[in-house]
Design a protein around this ligand. Structure first.
Ligand code: SF4
Length: 384
């Protein structure tokens, strides 16, 4: 029987210190807490043993949190456990998120030995004032040191995370960040706009109705930064392949493409999300709930009904239209055994007339103008 492709996400919810804008399931922890978490995580991975033989692992992604914060032998242990359970592709993509200030040469060597072949470095900005404002623990110099060490350790596939639309950020400062990072020639750059999330110190300062909100770049500047990013990175050989992700040819994140193309993925750890056999489920975000959730994850997955065809069609459109490849009538027919619903054809025709979507060779994707109003467009693919 042909095995299905699988992507595996491992959530490691530990950080040296909480950044001021962050609402991820993450925070500082001591050695004991980390060790206890790793035991639960390994058990959770093992609990899916009954279905492991159906899959071949194509990608693994260690996210968080700051996976480089924990002792590196944990990364080897988890990969060993996964390899024990699953057949791996001959060329798996194995990514680890790492933050400057938490990396050293020894860790990098251990990661390489364990099979990690892609690093994702959280930089956000090259400006000390912006890093400080965000509550990041590192300087730009720390990042440079980590980047050089990673290259020396043999990493030939590196992503750098950047963030625009920061309080008081000017176009000039954003340009400088992009230019400086592109000059280092990482293979991949993720560039997200800051989002102000409730429950964070940033929300208290910059949230709805707060005086600090005036420091945030307005919608117009935010969009101008976004357009500049595509234009500038394009001139440096990076193609935008998803709303916020840019890659040199052949370095698109295979793991993230699984998410956007409705491939199978399973997430282990606190707050980890899965989409497996048509079932969408996740572990709770609270660390108090994880011990129980980790023990029952497999049973919860088995007990869950697959999503309806209507939900799957809607997701196919929402997620596929985030990518530069867009969606295709042929893929849709293959996946659902039927052509696009009439409602979609009607919406697409209208969007096409307004230059918000483009099409060629059976594929349909959002234009730049379409991406600017993507929230409104994507809502039009909810089926009646
Ligand atoms: S390093 Fe990342 S996960 Fe950790 S607190 Fe900062 S933004 Fe959140």
């Amino acid at each position: 029987m042909k095995k299905r492709s699988l992507s595996v996400y491992i959530h490691l919810p530990f950080c040296a210190q909480k950044c001021l804008y962050c609402d991820f399931a993450s925070g500082p922890a001591g050695k004991e807490e980390i060790a206890a978490y790793m035991r639960l995580l390994t058990k959770e991975i093992r609990s899916f043993e009954a279905i492991s033989s159906l899959y071949r692992v194509e990608t693994v992604f260690f996210g968080g949190g700051t996976p480089s914060f924990v002792a590196p032998f944990y990364i080897s242990q988890i990969l060993n456990q996964l390899r024990k359970q699953y057949e791996f592709s001959e060329t798996p993509e194995i990514t680890l998120e790492a933050n400057p200030g938490t990396l050293d040469a020894e860790k990098l060597v251990t990661y390489r030995k364990a099979g990690v072949n892609r690093l994702s470095l959280g930089l956000q900005s090259i400006h000390e004032s912006e890093l400080k404002l965000l509550g990041r623990i590192h300087s730009y110099e720390d990042f440079l040191e980590s980047y050089e060490m990673a290259r020396q350790a043999g990493f030939t596939n590196i992503n750098v995370d950047l963030m625009s639309a920061l309080p008081k950020q000017t176009m000039g400062k954003w340009k400088k960040t992009l230019e400086t990072v592109a000059a280092l020639k990482p293979e991949h750059i993720s560039a997200y706009s800051l989002s102000i999330e409730e429950g964070t110190p940033f929300y208290e300062r910059y949230g709805e109705g707060r005086i600090g909100r005036l420091d945030l770049p307005g919608e117009e500047l935010d969009r101008a930064m976004y357009h500049f990013t595509k234009e500038y990175l394009g001139s440096q050989g990076y193609r935008r392949y998803e709303f916020s992700n840019y890659a040199k040819k052949g370095f698109e994140s295979r793991h993230n493409m699984t998410y956007w193309t409705l491939g199978d993925y399973v997430g282990f750890g606190q707050a980890a999300a899965s989409y497996l056999q048509g079932r969408r489920f996740s572990n709770p975000a609270g660390k108090e709930e994880y011990p129980e959730a980790s023990r029952t994850a497999y049973q919860r997955f088995r007990a869950m009904a697959p999503q309806s065809e209507k939900e799957a069609m809607e997701e196919y459109m929402f997620l596929g239209l985030r990518t530069a490849r867009g969606v295709s009538r042929e893929d849709f027919q293959k996946r659902f055994g039927k052509p696009f619903p009439k409602q979609y054809e009607k919406e697409l025709l209208e969007l096409y007339r307004q230059d918000l979507v483009e099409q060629a060779g059976g594929r349909i994707w959002l234009t730049d103008a379409g991406i600017d109003v993507s929230n409104i467009i994507l809502a039009r693919f909810l089926l009646d």
